[in-house]
Design a protein around this ligand. Structure first.
Ligand code: SF4
Length: 428
């Protein structure tokens, strides 16, 4: 809490000096009070309330400039209090969007190609190590399209590194660049592969932009079915991610979802994010999600239809999506989406506690979306031993591999829902 005064502007003009002295004294007086409070969240709440009072009083006594300064201070106080106080936010589950580049052009994309860069492998590993030491248990690699960098080598090496750190490792991909050889090689280090699929209708996928225009002969849904067989073969869990939007909200996807047997089918309501798929002030966005939007009623109807068809979708509405993720960008800054835009934190390399405090993460929303579902699964063991064992297994027959996979699924997933019980087990 001693940082408050330092957070006011560093070089005030002479005319503002009296205002700043007034604000500083008020803040110092409250310091004693804050330090006597037993928990960080009480400190945080009290800080905001007290500074609100300071703003009002200073407005009356010292003029509007002082009020403006005082109003700017609470956010800094909130961040500093959260960063300095124990317990700090624990980044149990992190989504690392290490690239924004993608070979698809989905019209509602909310992580667009605004930057061409990604961190070198060794820097990325250093950051992931820091996060593991701060409490990370699960890492999800995403993009953009994560297989686009170095023909998938970058992603594969990161998966291997994180498995060696003992993490639960998942990836999200559009699937178009995945090969059987890539998955065979890196499967020992991956617990779940999530493939994005909004439709099993080719024309709908083209309208959405879920296709590679440079490779028009590749059919998105065909690739998904291919990946499903590889996942089975190499004992990797398959997850499917669907963005419910105006083009697919009336589609019946149940037959294909049931035949693919994903361990989890996640359905997101298409989300507008300023600066990504929605214009923000004068700055342009690379996409415009406007024509894809669906109402809450349309989203609920899609879910209900598929629940009744025993597909058991896991729902994620806009409200839940905004603050239930630790989103890490290509520079290893957390992105705070709680205000409808992606506001970057400081880099974790500069100040990890502060970056966490600026992440916009809400533990309650994380719980609400069942973000800790992986705790009910058994992760693959750290990689080295597993990889050796896997190479031996590879010599054995396909049928043996299938039975290994069945066992793996059995012990990895502790809750197997009865076919018709998705309303009882909505998170499957
Ligand atoms: S697959 Fe589509 S939604 Fe995903 S990153 Fe690429 S363009 Fe965006």
């Amino acid at each position: 809490m001693q940082t408050f005064v330092a957070l006011t502007p560093q070089q005030p003009t002479a005319s503002a000096e009296a205002d700043l002295v007034f604000i500083s004294r008020a803040v110092q007086m409250t310091d004693v009070f804050f330090s006597s409070l037993p928990s960080w969240w009480l400190q945080l709440a009290s800080a905001v309330v007290v500074m609100g009072v300071v703003a009002v009083v200073s407005c009356r006594l010292q003029g509007y400039r002082a009020a403006a300064v005082a109003v700017a201070v609470p956010r800094e106080i909130a961040v500093a209090a959260a960063a300095n106080s124990a317990p700090a936010l624990q980044p149990k589950s992190v989504n690392y969007h290490f690239t924004r580049q993608c070979n698809y052009t989905c019209g509602f994309c909310f992580h667009t190609a605004k930057s061409p860069s990604h961190l070198p492998l060794e820097s990325a590993k250093r950051g992931l190590h820091m996060l593991r030491d701060a409490g990370m248990e699960k890492i999800n690699f995403s993009g953009g399209e994560p297989l686009l960098i170095d023909d998938g080598e970058h992603l594969g090496q990161l998966c291997r590194f994180c498995k060696e750190l003992g993490l639960f490792v998942t990836i999200v991909t559009n699937g178009s660049l995945m090969t059987q050889e890539w998955l065979r090689r890196y499967a020992p280090f991956i617990d779940i592969v999530a493939v994005s699929c909004d439709s099993f209708d080719d024309s709908t996928n083209k309208k959405i932009g879920r296709w590679d225009k440079t490779n028009p002969e590749k059919i998105h849904k065909d690739k998904l079915f291919e990946i499903a067989t590889w996942c089975l073969k190499f004992a990797v869990g398959l997850k499917i991610n669907t963005v419910v939007n105006s083009y697919n909200c009336d589609e019946d996807m149940s037959a294909q979802i049931i035949s693919l047997k994903p361990i989890r089918w996640k359905c997101f309501q298409v989300l507008e994010v300023e600066g990504e798929n929605k214009r923000r002030g004068s700055s342009k966005a690379l996409r415009n999600a406007g024509k894809f939007l669906v109402s809450q009623e349309q989203f609920d109807a899609f879910l209900l239809f598929h629940k009744n068809a025993a597909c058991c979708p896991v729902a994620e509405s806009n409200a839940v999506m905004r603050s239930s993720y630790f989103l890490l960008d290509e520079q290893m800054r957390f992105l705070d989406c709680s205000t409808g835009a992606k506001v970057p934190s400081v880099s974790i390399f500069d100040d990890l506690p502060r970056a966490l405090a600026e992440s916009g993460f809400a533990p309650r929303e994380f719980k609400a979306r069942d973000g800790d579902f992986y705790e009910h699964m058994t992760a693959k063991p750290p990689a080295a031993a597993q990889a050796v064992a896997y190479e031996k297994e590879e010599q054995q027959s396909d049928s043996k591999q299938r039975s290994e996979h069945a066992k793996c699924r059995q012990h990895r997933v502790s809750r197997t829902p009865p076919v018709s019980a998705c309303d009882v087990v909505p998170d499957w």
